[in-house]
Design a protein around this ligand. Structure first.
Ligand code: PLP
Length: 389
C-alpha cells in the first residue's frame, strides 16, 4: 500500500461484498447475525474481531475511522454523532471527579460551555490561559491536573498555538495532551507528531466539506482509545452508518479540497490586507500574522479561515453582512460555499465585551470560511460589501 496521503484516503476501504462493488456500499443495519451459540459467545467475548451491533462498530464507521487514524498517524479511533459528542465523551472517559484541566481560553463555544457549566457538576474545574500566555501554562498545572487541551488555529480569531512547545509541557508534567484539529485537518497538520496523545475532530466541517452531515471522531493512543471505546459503546454517542458512508467518500477529496480552500483563502487574505476599509487581517500564512513562524513550522498550508477587522466596529460589521450578496451568512464553516460571520453581533453576542476580547473578538471582527467558488467571485462579493455604506 502506498504511503501517500491522497492515495490512502482514496484506496483504503472495507472488503468488497459478494457483489464486488467498486464504491463502498452503505451498511444500513443496526445489528449483525451469528451462526450459532458458540459464534455469538465468542464474538461477545471479543475472541474474534467482528461487527455485533452498530452502536459498537459498523463497516462504514470503521472505514471512516480507519481513514482518519491513518491520516493523523494514530493507532486507533472511534466515530461519534457530532464533534461535541467526541469532545464530551473523550473528557467524560478520561476524567474522574475532582480532576483538573488546563486549556487555552480560545476554544469552540460549546467546549467552553462544557468546561465552565457542565464538567463542574462533577467537580472538574478548568484553568484557562490566553493564546499569548503560553509561558504561564506551567503555573496553572496543579497536583490533580490530568489534561492539557488546545485548538489551533483558534476560532474565530485564527491565532496559532505552538504544538511542539505545548506538547513538551504536557510531557514534562505527565499530562494527557489533547488537540482539537478541526480547523487544520490532518492534511495540514498532525498534532501526534508534536506529542498529542489524542486528536479530536468535528467531521461536520472540512471533513464533510459540503455542509451535509454532522460527525465527530477521536483518534490516538491505543490504550486511551480502548477506554473511550468501552465508554462510548455503553453510553451510545455513535456515528450513524449513513453519515460515516458520506464522510468516508468526502475524505477521498480532502487533500484536493483543502489545497484549493487554502489557495483561495490566501488570495482573499492578501486582497483584504490591501483594502482601505480593513484595519487588520489574520491568516496563518500571511507574514503579518503574529505567529507566522510557528504556523510555517507546524502547518503545510494556511487553511480556509480568514479573520479581519473591519473599520467602524459593530455597525460596520453589521453593514458588511447586510450587503453580502453571494456568500452565505451561516454558522457552519469548511463548506464548498464561502460563509461570512460577524461574531460580536451573532455567535458571541451574548458574551460580555471583556469575555469577547479574551478570545480575540473585537467589535469589527469578521470571520470568513473561504469556499471553493472561483476566488475572483468571492473577492468581488467581499469588496462590494466593504464599500457599501
Ligand atoms: C464545530 C466545531 C466543534 C463541534 O462540532 P459539531 O460537529 O458541531 O458538534 C468542535 N470544535 C471545533 C473547532 C469546531 O469548529
Amino acid at each position: 500500500m502506498s504511503k501517500h496521503f491522497e492515495t490512502q484516503a482514496i484506496r483504503s476501504q472495507t472488503e468488497r461484498s459478494q457483489f464486488s462493488e467498486h464504491s463502498t456500499p452503505l451498511y444500513l443495519t443496526s445489528s449483525f447475525v451469528f451462526n450459532d451459540a458458540e459464534d455469538m459467545r465468542s464474538s461477545f467475548a471479543e475472541e474474534k474481531e467482528r461487527n455485533l451491533y452498530s452502536r459498537f462498530t459498523n463497516p462504514n464507521t470503521t472505514e471512516f475511522v480507519d481513514k482518519v487514524v491513518t491520516m493523523e498517524g494514530a493507532e486507533s479511533g472511534y466515530a461519534f454523532a457530532t464533534g461535541m459528542s467526541a469532545i464530551f465523551t473523550t473528557f467524560a472517559t478520561l476524567l474522574n471527579a475532582g480532576d483538573h484541566v488546563v486549556s487555552c481560553r480560545s476554544v469552540f463555544g460549546s467546549t467552553h460551555s462544557m468546561f465552565t457549566k457542565f464538567l463542574p457538576k462533577w467537580n472538574i474545574e478548568t484553568s484557562y490561559f490566553k493564546v499569548d500566555e503560553v509561558d504561564l501554562v506551567e503555573n496553572l498545572i496543579q497536583e490533580n491536573t490530568k489534561i492539557l487541551y488546545i485548538e489551533t488555529p483558534t476560532n474565530p480569531a485564527v491565532d496559532i498555538l505552538d504544538l511542539e512547545l505545548i506538547g513538551k509541557i504536557a510531557k514534562k508534567h505527565n499530562l494527557l495532551f489533547i488537540v482539537d484539529n478541526c480547523f487544520a485537518t490532518p492534511y495540514i497538520q498532525q498534532p501526534i507528531k508534536f506529542g498529542a496523545d489524542l486528536v479530536i475532530h468535528s467531521a461536520t466541517k472540512l471533513m464533510d466539506g459540503q455542509g451535509r452531515v454532522l460527525g465527530g471522531v477521536t483518534v490516538g493512543k491505543k490504550e486511551l482509545m480502548r477506554e473511550i471505546y468501552l465508554f462510548a459503546r455503553n453510553t451510545g454517542p455513535a456515528m450513524s452508518p449513513f453519515n460515516a458512508w458520506v464522510l468516508s467518500k468526502s475524505l477521498e477529496t480532502l487533500a484536493i479540497r483543502v489545497e484549493k480552500h487554502s489557495e483561495n483563502a490566501l488570495k482573499v487574505a492578501q486582497f483584504l490586507e490591501e483594502n482601505e476599509n480593513v484595519e487588520l487581517v489574520k491568516y496563518p500564512f500571511l507574514k503579518s500574522h503574529p505567529q507566522y513562524k510557528v504556523a510555517k513550522k507546524q502547518m503545510k498550508l494556511g487553511g480556509n479561515i480568514v479573520a479581519f477587522e473591519i473599520k467602524g466596529g459593530i455597525e460596520a460589521g453589521r453593514t458588511f453582512l447586510n450587503n453580502i450578496k453571494m456568500c452565505s451568512l451561516s454558522a457552519n464553516l469548511g463548506d464548498t460555499r464561502t460563509i461570512v460571520t460577524h461574531p460580536s453581533s451573532t455567535t458571541h453576542g451574548r458574551l460580555s465585551e471583556e469575555d469577547r476580547l479574551e478570545v480575540g473578538i473585537t467589535d469589527g471582527l469578521v470571520r470568513v470560511s473561504v469556499g471553493l467558488e472561483n476566488v475572483e467571485d468571492i473577492i468581488e462579493d467581499i469588496q462590494q460589501a466593504l464599500n457599501a455604506k
